[in-house]
Design a protein around this ligand. Sequence first.
Ligand code: MN
Length: 747
Amino acid sequence: MSNSAPAEFPEITIPDEARADGAYEVLCAALGSYLDEAQLTSIYHAYLFGAQAHQGQMRKSGDPYISHPLAVATILAEMRMDVDSIIAAILHDVIEDTPTEKEQVAELFGDDVAQLVDGVSKLTQIEFESKVEAQAENFRKMLLAMVQDIRVIIIKLADRLHNMRTLGSMRSDKRRRIARETLEIYAPIANRLGMNGMRTELQELGFSEYYPMRHRVIAESVRKARGNRKEIVTKVQDAIEERLKEEALEGHVEGREKLLYSIYTKMQNKQLSFSEVFDVYAFRITVDSVDCCYRVLGAVHNLYKPLPGKFKDYIAIPKANGYQSLHTILFGPYGVPIEVQIRTREMDRLAEAGVAAHWLYKQHDEQDSFAEGRSHRRVREWMRSLLEMQKSAGDSLEFLENVKIDLFPEEVYVFTPKGTIMELPRGATAVDFAYAVHTDIGNRCVAVKIERRLAPLSTPLMNGQTVRIITAPAAQPNPTWLNFVVTGKARTNIRHYLKNLRRDESIELGRRMLEQALKGYSLSLNELSPGYLQMIVDEFRGEKLEDIFEDIGLGNRPAPLVARRIAEAPVFKGDAQSRSQTLRHAFSRYMPAWLGGNKMRPLAISGTEGMVVNFARCCHPIPGDSIQGFVSAGRGIVVHTESCKNVADFRNSPEKWVDVRWESNIENDFPVDIRVDAINRRGVLAIIASAISEMDSNINNVTIDGRDGKYSAMTFSISVQGRVHLARVMRHVKSLDMVSKIVRVKG
Ligand code: MN
C-alpha cells in the first residue's frame, strides 16, 4: 500500500493528445484483479498526473510520451509487482524529464513512490561510456550499489526492456549503444537477480540490434533446421509423455526452442559449430513436487540412455542466482542428443521472476512503514530462501556471498574524469581516490571537484560521482589527512612521504638553528674542518652530521648547547681570532647563551619551512605580529604571538625559547580568526563572506557562535598575508552597515 496516499486527489484535465488511453487499458488488463479498488484508483491518478506532466512530449514513434511509462508499468504488472512499483513506473520519468519535484510526488503518492522514482532518475543520469570490457562488471556493481531499494533496479530493467522493444524509431548509433549496454549491463543484472524471463528477452533484443548480421544468419539456420526437427520433436515428446503415464507420474512436457543469443554464445564460448549447438533437442518437464522431479528423472533415464557425466542436480545445489532444476542429456532416437530440464512449477516460476517473485502482491503483509527496511527485508527473504536451499544441499555458501556482496556492497564506485570506474571501500574520501589513481596524484593533490564542484578533500565519496583531483607541483601530503583516509594505500603513502619530508625539513631547520647559534661565537659551519665536525658528531653519538641537525630541528637537542660545545673546543684556542672569543666563553660559562651570554640574531621564519615550524593555533600569528618561538621535543619550533597568553607557560623554561622574526618578503597566506557581530537579517552571512572575498582573502571556516533575535556573532577563519592585509579586510567588513563590531580573535 502507498503509505500516505492523499485523501483528495486534485482534479486533472488533460487534452486528448496527451493521453494514452489504449496503453492504460492494456495496463488495467495486466493488473487484472490482484489489486484492490483504492489501489487501482491511485494508479489511475498516477496515469493522469504523469500524462499531465509529460503533456506536449512525444515519443519518437509519435505516441504521447505517457504511453512509454504505462507500458513499463504493464511489464511490472505482468510480474505482479506491488502497487508502489506500478505507480513509480508510471511516474519514472517525471523527475528527470519534467519540472516535477520529488516532493510533489511524495505529497500525492507517498514517500515510498517518491523514493523509487528518485532512485530510477539517479540511475538514468549515469551513463555507461567506457569502452573497456572490464569496466562493465564494475558498472553493474555500481548500479546495484546505488540503489537503496532493489525495486528501483526492477523498474529500471522494465524501462530498459520497453525501450529495447521500441528501439526501431531511434537513430542507429544510439540504438547500438543502448543494445550494447543492454547486453553488457542490464541482462547480466537480470541474471544476477535470477530474473530469467527478463534476461532472455533483453538478450534476444540486444543481440538482434548489436549483431544484426550474426543474428540474421543464426535465425535463418534455425528456420531451415526446424523443418527437419519437427518429426523428432513430436516423437520424443510422445515417448516421454507415454512413459510418464505408464509410471503414473504427472508432468507437463514441452519442447523448447533454443534462444538465438544462447546458441550464439555457446558457439562463441565453446567453439562449436551451429549444428553442434542446435542439433540438441531440448525439453522441459514441470511437475508438482521435488520428489516427483527425481522420479521423472528415473523414468526418462530408463527411456533413453543418459550421456555420462552430463547430469546436473541444481535442485540439491542451486546456481548462484537461486536457479533450481535437474539437467540431463539423453541419447535419443537416431542417436540425437536430448537435453531435459526437470523442475517443479514453483521452481519454474522463481526461475522466471527471480528476486521480483518476492514482490508478488500479497494482501495484508505490510506492517513495516520503512520502505528501505522493507525492501531490504524482501531481498533478505529471497536470500534466505537461497540459503535454505543451500543448507539442505550442504554445499558451500559461496554463491550466496556473491549475491550479498552485489546487493549490500562494502564498496563505493566512482568515475574518474575520463569515465574509468574506481572501486573504493565504503567511506573512502577524495584523498583515498587520489592515491588509488596514482601515488603522485595523492602526494600532489590540493583540492577536489566532485560533480564539478569544489569539495573538501576529506569528503566521503558516493556511488556514481565523478571525481576530479586538482594537483599542484609543489604540493605535499598533509599530516591531518591521516585522520580521515580509509585505504591502506593512502595511509602508507602519506606516512612514508611525511617521514622523509620531516627528516629533510628537520635537517634544514637544524642546520639553520645551529648556524644562528654559532654566529654568537663569530663562527660558521663552513669554517670547520670535516675532521673536526666528525669529532662533534661522535661526541653526540650520531652517525652523520645530518643526524645532529635533525635532532636540533626536531627540538630534541638545543642548538646553543651544540654551538657552545663546538666553540669551546680546544682547537680554537690560541689562534688570534679566537682570543676574544675565549674571553667571551669564560663569561658565557657563567651565563648560558640562551640567557643572553651570546646574543643571537633571531631565526627568520617564512612559513614555508614545513612541518618543523608550526604556528600556534591559540593565537594564529601572522606576519607583522611580534612573535616568539618555542622548541618542543619531537615537533620542532612552535611560533606564538608575543602577546599570547600561552607564552606565559613557557616563562619558566627559557631553555626552550628560540628568538624568531619574520622573513622580509613573505608570500604565503596565514590563517587567522575574526569575530564579527552583526545585525541578524536575511543573507547577512553571505554579504559578510563576499566582503571578505572582495579583499582577496579566503574563508576556511565559519561558525555561528550565538544568535539572539537581533544580533548574530560569527567567527570567520580566514587567510591573510599579514597584518596589513588583515587590517584591510577588517576595515572593509566594518564598513558594512549591518556590522556592529569586528575583532581579531587572540588566544
Ligand atoms: Mn523510461
